[in-house]
Ligand binder design. Sequence first.
Ligand SMILES: C[S@@+](CC[C@H](N)C(=O)[O-])C[C@H]1O[C@@H](n2cnc3c(N)ncnc32)[C@H](O)[C@@H]1O
Length: 215
Amino acid sequence: MSEIITARLASYFPRKWDRFYIPAKLKSDPLYGAVYDELRSSELPLLDLGCGLGLLALYLRERGLHFPIHGLDYDQRKIDGARRASREGNYHGLVFDHHDARGGLPDHTGNVSILDILQFFEPTEQETLLKLAAERVAPGGKLVIRSGLRDDSWRFKITVAGDILAKLTAWMKAGPGHYPTAEDFQRILSPFGKVRVEPLWGGTPFNNHLVVLDR
Ligand SMILES: C[S@@+](CC[C@H](N)C(=O)[O-])C[C@H]1O[C@@H](n2cnc3c(N)ncnc32)[C@H](O)[C@@H]1O
């Protein structure tokens, strides 16, 4: 994505920190490009759980994907920011709502994304959320997840430190709780379809992995 587009996306957010963070995130993190690659040939609606500022939705629109996107987050400030950016950019088919994913999920049939939020959930909450999300994936659709994985690597230690820092700086409302293992994803999601787990850390020092369930 060109610097002109990332600068324009950042300009939709009034806070100085967001304007600094957004171009840096889009430049250094392969996350949204990887989700684009997974969903580019789909026309199914997308439910984005823990959507934050709605960056995935804005990114997918800028890359020419036009399926409806419903973003949910329990941080009202971020939902307000996502709605404002969607209005400013005159994007269509983007809806952002305040919702705590620990209280269940709305009806949905299509693709689902869960990006960098599972660490805020306890193990049983993670399992419940993953099952609810998988049930909402349409036949032929995908559940696309990014998560730090719990293992023995130095990357895992840096991942935990980064999430603690995000809480200390009030960037996140909660500190990290529990990180799943690759085996957790296989065990919970395999009954719903084919599961893939692959590294997705790009130029970052974090132990991030892409997990994809194909139904
Ligand atoms: C690291 S951010 C990732 C944001 C977005 N998925 C992205 O990748 O751009 C984690 C997000 O999860 C949200 N979150 C954490 N726990 C949540 C919950 N129980 N329900 C809904 N959102 C939650 C946070 O408010 C935050 O916006």
